[in-house]
Design a protein around this ligand. Structure first.
Ligand code: ADP
Ligand code: MG
Length: 580
């Protein structure tokens, strides 16, 4: 798992290695400094020689400066390495998400993906910084300082060797108890993100149902949970400081006790005793920061695991090895097609579909909601792959086409269509980046969108808000149709795409289709019989199966489902007009 994430370090490898290298220099300086300090005290102060004070004083300043430079260099390179690693990892993850198919995405929640791209990467990035800085520096420091102490007094060094493991054990126990609580708290952050994102995305619905208070209390509940978990974890962690202090004073006492005897006995100088104190401080400080790093890394491990889950999700719909890059006609064929949304699902959403659509035909699909209309058409541009059977376009199994070619030639206006933040022009050019202004206008005329766009003060340069919230539902649908038309596809699929458009405009759009794109196969899913009655064939879907197929007249004669739909709609038909 770690190796996979570390692949994102790439061009920042150099900075990653330079960091510990410079830190090594810094540690070396810091370990040598107490030695000169000892000389300064023994020869300069105790010996009463002013020139020695000046000499060692200058050396100390010099070493301190060099240590500072090493420290600054390490800081600079570690910052570059950390930020660079984060940038690459974020890029890799985002890129990976773009390659995932609908069914891959079904496995992750939107907020889960957002959390991985933001908070989780920040955690991993911080842990990476800590590892290249402190996880290396602290142990080296402890070893060096112990060795230096040993050179001055083996007895005191022995005491260090005993005390350090005891202290480390104490810290490990504290961590063992606090870590699971931290982990749970960070899991709760995920829930918090979910509440916030769902709320913000659906804020209009929340307001229209006057659900604000309920949403606030939902948020409050998660927030309180995080609070409680954090307090609990921090309370356990707070034992760490007293523990450190007890150990610190104990060590000081021991050193003073032994040191005093040695100094009085004449085997140790006052200066040497001071440097032993300095080394003991360095060791304890290193130990404490190391403990902190271990906690950070442990927290980041959960994040790393989640990032890894997403990165390891194999895109399950890709272009084949030797793809077919020519799509000649809009012929569509379903052969014994069945489909279920996941291998674990017991129910098939769609089963036993056999169907042949000649190029240029207009096909209507009618059926109650949940009868798998959307599911069926999504198989044509391979938004999902069939579970059994095959879907063929232009005489070739869709799995054999280059994905881009297939999706360029099969334009689909999704039921949950989306416009993106930007101008109308920019949004339309998703269909065809090279489209001229004339082509844009032509497509919009066909989709009956030109008229209302012209009434906007900024016309085609009108800025659309995120999700296209500043145009009406029916206007949004017509823009989406225009966007699909710009692709000049061989097959055009409209998934309930005129539901919010008034019946007259709906009829106009169909009229234009007949005249201006006669060779394009048109598949139209609709709730209104009127939207499909002049189609060459109408498919009646019922609970994932094809209940019937035929022309309007044929179905009126023999399909009960179709008759029912027709009668309910014609009775209320007059009221439906111009509703939207
Ligand atoms: P329609 O478009 O006719 O209203 P759908 O094709 O959207 O119906 O849905 C058909 C069935 O498949 C429904 O039972 C629905 O619950 C299920 N379904 C749709 N999308 C998914 C999905 N992404 N994951 C699992 N089940 C789904
Ligand atoms: Mg649908």
């Amino acid at each position: 798992m770690v190796r996979k994430l570390l692949q994102s370090v790439r061009e920042y490898k150099k900075d990653t290695w330079l960091t510990p290298l410079f830190l090594l220099g810094e540690v070396a300086m810091e370990v040598v400094i107490p030695l000169f300090m000892a000389e300064l005290i023994d020869q300069g102060i105790t010996g009463g020689q002013m020139n020695q004070v000046v000499k060692y004083g200058l050396i100390l300043v010099l070493f301190a400066l060099v240590s500072l430079v090493f420290g600054a260099l390490a800081g600079k390179h570690s910052a570059i390495a950390m930020a660079g690693f984060g940038k690459n990892l974020r890029y890799d993850l985002f890129r990976h998400v773009q390659q995932l198919s609908y069914s891959n995405m079904d496995k992750f929640s939107t907020s889960g993906i957002v959390t991985r791209l933001t908070t989780d990467i920040t955690h991993v990035q911080n842990a990476f910084l800590m590892i290249i800085r402190i996880a290396f520096r602290s142990p080296v420091m402890m070893i060096f300082a112990t060795i230096m102490t040993y050179r001055i007094s083996p007895t005191i060094a022995m005491w260090f060797v005993i005390v350090i493991p005891v202290l480390a054990a104490g810290m490990l126990i504290i961590m063992k108890y606090s870590f699971p609580i931290f982990e749970r708290a960070f899991g709760s952050y995920d829930d918090l993100n979910k509440v916030v994102q769902e709320n913000v995305r659906g804020i209009r619905v929340v307001k229209s149902y006057v659900r604000e208070e309920r949403e606030i209390s939902k948020f409050q509940a998660v927030s309180e949970r995080i609070f409680a978990q954090m307090v609990k974890a921090e309370r356990i962690l707070s034992y760490e400081l007293p523990l450190m202090q007890i150990v610190l004073y104990a060590v000081m006492l021991i050193i003073s006790w032994i040191g005093a005897k040695l100094v009085v006995g004449g085997t140790m100088t006052t200066g040497e005793l001071t440097s032993v104190f300095a080394y003991s401080m360095q060791i304890l400080m290193s130990l404490m920061t190391l403990g902190f790093v271990i906690i950070m890394v442990a927290i980041a491990r959960a994040s790393a695991g989640r990032i890894n889950d997403l990165l390891s999700e194999q895109p399950d719909i890709t272009s084949p090895e030797a793809p077919v890059t020519q799509l000649h006609s809009g012929e569509v064929e379903f052969r014994n097609v069945s489909f279920r949304y996941s291998d674990k699902a017991e129910q098939y959403a769609l089963s036993g579909i056999n169907l042949h659509i000649r190029s240029g035909q207009t096909i209507g699909i009618i059926g109650a909601s949940g009868s798998a209309k959307s599911t069926m058409v999504q198989l044509i541009p391979r938004l999902y792959d069939v579970s059994d059977g095959e879907v063929r376009v232009s005489g070739t199994n869709v799995k054999h086409f280059d994905l881009k070619v297939l999706r360029d030639q099969v334009a689909m206006v999704l039921q949950k269509n989306v416009l993106f933040e930007g101008t109308i022009k920019e949004n339309l050019r998703w269909g065809n980046e090279a489209a001229s202004d004339e082509e844009l206008i032509e497509a919009c005329r066909a989709a009956q969108a030109h008229e209302f766009i012209s009434t906007f003060p900024d016309g085609y340069d009108t800025h659309l808000a995120q999700g296209g919230t500043n145009v009406s539902g029916g206007q949004k649908q017509r823009l989406c149709i225009a966007r699909a038309l710009l692709k000049k596809p061989k097959i055009l699929i409209l998934d309930d795409s005129t539901s919010a458009v008034d019946t007259r405009t709906d009829a106009l759009i169909r009229g234009v289709f007949k005249e201006s794109i006669p060779d394009t196969t048109k598949i139209i899913i609709a709730q209104r019989i009127a939207s499909v009655e002049d189609a060459d064939q109408i498919i009646v879907l019922h609970e994932g199966r094809m209940a019937d197929i035929g022309t309007h007249q044929e179905l009126l004669r023999r399909s009960v489902i179709y008759q029912e739909a027709y009668h309910t709609q014609t009775k209320g038909g007059e009221e439906q007009n111009g509703q939207h």
